[in-house]
Design a protein around this ligand. Structure first.
Ligand code: APR
Ligand code: ZN
Length: 372
């Protein structure tokens, strides 16, 4: 038995509690990870605020990295001591989508049950009651047992925080641009919303060789940060002037609008803006996740008449075992300045304050640091 200090979500709309839980040893096919870093992503906040219903009690966090401390039966013991990034969508490798190479839409992932592959959990409260782990990895915990398929070893020299960010925001944003939308060199790209995910879209657009990268946010500081990551043009959005935002994007892009627009917030109004800003032949790539049940609208005639496209991008079409090490290499070469996304380091005890900042749209990426 091990101990784990973890951020536990129990009821929607209520603060998470920081609890000391008992952690069982890894079972066959599982890995015990001592966490080194966990990012505070908007998806955790969606759960915390009840926008997405999740069963409690559950340890939050899905953007994490750590060091392997122990392995269960059937797992190579050479993994012990290796720094790893965690994927929040451990693939089952047997469903149709996995066999088609589309692990990001795996239908058999243990992540769907927020537990281990056999549906049970390794975490318990002092009274013996089980605690789930968000997306099977629940990274806001000093230690975790995760399915082996969630663990991706990274090359030496990658800092824990960078590894954690590769686990969600970076793969989601960079991958949306270079994998899902496969933006060709020279294309014009707009990115709406500059949190960790949108800023990663900007880095992806730079890597893709976009000729113009237009960034849109209500927060000026985010726009400045995006400039450091490769943005060439910006639109300071006013929430009450959606037409002004669309006109601003089109003017900045030239040629009637950007070839690609990435929506990285998940609001119906900004999704509509993304589609409205497209020129004929343009593509809107939806990256931000909305609350459940929400719809966005667009005018149908010009959409069809102009041969426009809308695509959804989940997890940047990531095949974690292949893509995480690739993004890590690009970081080590200086082509993905991932560390620039980080604007705060915190202890688990400060998580609610970090959620407040994220809710207010003030944070880029805030990272929980684990001292052990
Ligand atoms: N117009 C322009 N920008 C806006 C608007 C708006 N109407 N409303 C909010 N924003 C900006 C905020 O200022 C912030 O910079 O959108 C950004 C959102 O960033 P975060 O809250 O940090 O979100 P992030 O963690 O990047 O996730 C974005 O992707 O994976 C999903 O669930 C996640 O839906 C979320 C989205
Ligand atoms: Zn995330």
């Amino acid at each position: 038995m091990f101990e784990s200090r973890a951020a536990v979500f129990t009821d929607a709309g209520h603060p998470v509690s920081i609890e000391t839980l008992a952690l069982d040893v890894p079972q066959p096919g599982e890995v015990l990870v001592r966490m080194t870093s966990s990012g505070v992503c908007h998806s955790d906040l969606h759960v915390r605020d009840g926008h997405w219903e999740r069963p409690g009690p559950i340890v939050l966090g899905h953007e994490g990295a750590g060091i392997v401390e122990a392995v269960g039966e059937g797992i190579n013991p050479e993994l012990i001591g290796r720094p790893v990034a965690l994927t929040w969508y451990a693939p089952c490798l047997t469903c149709r989508n996995c066999q088609l190479g589309r692990q990001w839409i795996c239908t058999g992932s243990p992540a769907l049950g927020h537990a281990m592959t056999d549906g049970t959990t390794r975490l318990t409260r002092p009274d013996g009651s089980p605690v789930l782990s968000y997306l099977s990895i629940g990274t806001m915990a000093s230690r975790q047992v995760v399915p082996a398929a969630a663990v991706v070893p990274l090359p030496d020299g990658v800092p824990p925080e960078v590894a954690a960010l590769i686990g969600c925001g970076v793969s989601t944003g960079v991958g949306a641009v270079i994998k899902t939308a496969a933006v060709p060199a020279g294309a014009t790209v707009a990115v709406i919303g500059l949190g960790g995910v949108g800023l990663s879209c900007v880095m992806g657009a730079k890597i893709a060789g976009a000729s113009r990268i237009i960034v849109v946010d209500v927060n000026r500081q985010k726009i400045e940060l995006a400039g450091e990551l490769g943005a060439t043009h910006w639109v300071h959005a006013a929430k009450d002037d959606p037409k002004g935002v669309v006109d601003g994007i089109r003017a900045a892009a030239g040629n009637g609008g950007p070839d690609f627009v990435f929506e990285a917030i998940g609001l119906p109004e900004t999704i509509s803006q993304a589609v409205a800003a497209l020129p004929p032949g343009g593509t809107a790539c939806l990256v931000g996740l909305t609350r459940y049940g929400q719809s966005a609208s667009f005018e149908a005639f010009p959409f069809v008449d102009g041969g426009r496209r809308i695509i959804g991008s989940n997890y940047g079409s990531a095949v974690a075992a292949v893509d995480f090490p690739r993004y890590a290499e690009m970081y080590l070469q200086g082509r993905l300045p991932i560390e620039k996304l980080i604007d705060r380091r915190l202890d688990l005890a400060e998580l609610e304050d970090a959620f407040d900042r994220l809710r207010a749209g003030q944070a880029a990426r805030q990272m929980v640091v684990f001292e052990d």
